[in-house]
Design a binder for this molecule. Sequence first.
Ligand code: PGA
Length: 253
Amino acid sequence: MRKKMVAGNWKMNQRFDEAEELVSEIADIIDAQPLDEDVELVICPPYLFLEMATDIASESEFHIGAQNVSEYDKGAFTGEVSALMLNSMDVEYCIIGHSERRKYFDEKDEVLAAKVNLALANEIEPIFCCGEVLSEREANIHFDIVKAQIEKGLFHLSPEQFYNVVIAYEPVWAIGTGVVASPAQAQEMHAFIRSLIKEKYGAELADDTTILYGGSCNASNAAELFSQPDVDGGLIGGASLKAKDFIQITRSF
Ligand code: PGA
């Protein structure tokens, strides 16, 4: 379902006490001054902090996502966390296919497709990430790269399943670099992604899909990015670790 959304990807940051303080501060700010009704705020802390975060979220107006999920459904997979476990903790979203998982943990398209399936089967909405590295953009193959990631990770889904997927376009060269995509670059790729969905699933579903931008999005550039017709919000890394900046981004539509 298409919605305005800002999701915070905390990555591997914060001690427990710091995390609790940050979630509480976010809750306090939006309790005092509620978000626009049509804007959804999601926080994706590390697994360990999910229980604390869902507890606080249950009394407030924001939602909780995980940063990863196992490709297996259950059993002897030491150290893994299943979609069923996330569901049982009231987790509503899960980031899947982040470029750091693709790069450092060698997660391939088939693994990501399996994660998407398990998330959806357990009523968790995937926030599916795609995006090219700098050399791919320079070689002018960025559209092909993103197309292949989306086709392999998502296009096996039925329309009913696809309806519950959020896509995040995150050019890898923009992640954590301070080099943000221009609003025109973001819009161009978002429109392209929407056209792929239209070709596969039809105009209605394409129009209903939430497509976020991620990569050095912050409180000073969010408004310009979010004003683009096909940019429905952001997946925010660094700037999601400061409550005021993060909330400012959610107020940038
Ligand atoms: P950044 O990260 O906002 O720190 O660039 C975005 C992300 O990796 O999701």
